[in-house]
Design a binder for this molecule. Structure first.
Ligand SMILES: Nc1ncnc2c1ncn2[C@@H]1O[C@H](COP(=O)(O)OP(=O)(O)OP(=O)(O)O)[C@@H](O)[C@H]1O
Ligand SMILES: [Mg+2]
Length: 254
């Protein structure tokens, strides 16, 4: 036992700069297996950059990222690809391939990563995933024929297609109306509870996020300024976090 078995991801002293723009300046965060952790923070503070480093599509300047005890920053590319099978991700723009049908989009990671070749097996998996995200039967549609909320749900189906241990969601509800946003949040909870996947979510949607997430991490000035459960976040004396939360709960003015 290394005493850390409950943390599926561990980030240590992560640094990332773009020229003179020091974005991450010593991020430490531990993600508990089987739980939902939500990262919040101002726009442009580095949330997506942190997620991209965790997935391994961006390389840190300094620091370590452990996945199940293995330092992913030290892995050769072939091993990194292997490891990525354990991580699903839904990017901020939910980018589907526009030139592919819904079925082809969801099949893509099943074929590329799981190396499944049987057409009937692929079709079965796609149908099951579309059922899960409550969009049965839309296999033949093109992304351009879908609403924004539907595209997010197809993106979610694709993210969980390889049955990863961890799913990373970058602002899955941004740009959706409150009802659709709630629907996506419920799907994330389904992914966590029913499919037992660890979820790491970036969200601006503080009010609804706080009702569900197990842990909150507040990214500020290049480090994790707060980490704890939602009640502790609301009670936190961190001046910027306090302001951040109170602004988010203020009713909208018209
Ligand atoms: N590939 C890149 N090259 C140069 N600068 C980048 C790159 N990616 C991100 N940045 C910069 O890093 C900073 C953090 O960006 P990031 O996208 O992580 O912000 P964010 O917290 O996700 O914001 P938002 O809430 O608006 O999505 C920004 O200043 C951004 O311009
Ligand atoms: Mg972002």
């Amino acid at each position: 036992m290394n005493g850390d078995s409950k943390h599926i991801i561990r980030v240590e002293n992560l640094h990332k700069a773009f020229g003179t723009n020091n974005v991450l300046e010593g991020v430490d965060i531990q993600i508990e297996e089987g739980k939902v952790t939500t990262i919040i923070g101002k726009s442009g503070i580095g949330k997506s950059v942190l997620l991209k480093n965790i997935i391994g599509i961006m390389k840190p300047d300094k620091g370590k990222i452990f996945f199940k005890g293995e330092d992913v920053t030290a892995l050769p590319k072939s091993k990194l690809l292997e490891l990525r099978k354990n991580m699903g991700y839904l990017f901020q723009d939910a980018a589907l391939f526009d030139f592919m049908t819904v079925e082809e989009n969801i099949s893509f990671p099943i074929i590329e990563q799981l190396k499944i070749k049987s057409r009937s097996e692929i079709k079965k998996r796609v149908a099951k995933l579309l059922d899960l995200v409550e969009l049965p039967g839309i296999e033949k549609r093109m992304p351009s024929e879908l609403s924004g909320g539907m595209r997010k749900r197809v993106g979610l189906a694709r993210a969980i297609a390889v049955e990863p241990q961890v799913v990373l969601f970058d602002e899955p509800t941004t740009g959706l109306d409150p009802i659709l946003a709630e629907n996506i949040n419920e799907l994330i909870m389904m992914v966590n509870k029913k499919l037992s996947m660890t979820c790491l979510v970036i969200s601006h949607d503080i009010a609804s996020t706080f009702r569900r997430t197990d842990k909150v991490a507040f990214l500020h000035d290049g480090t994790i300024g707060f980490f704890g459960n939602p009640d502790e976040a609301v009670a936190s004396k961190h001046p910027v976090l306090k302001k951040f939360i109170s602004n988010s709960f203020r009713p909208l003015e018209d």
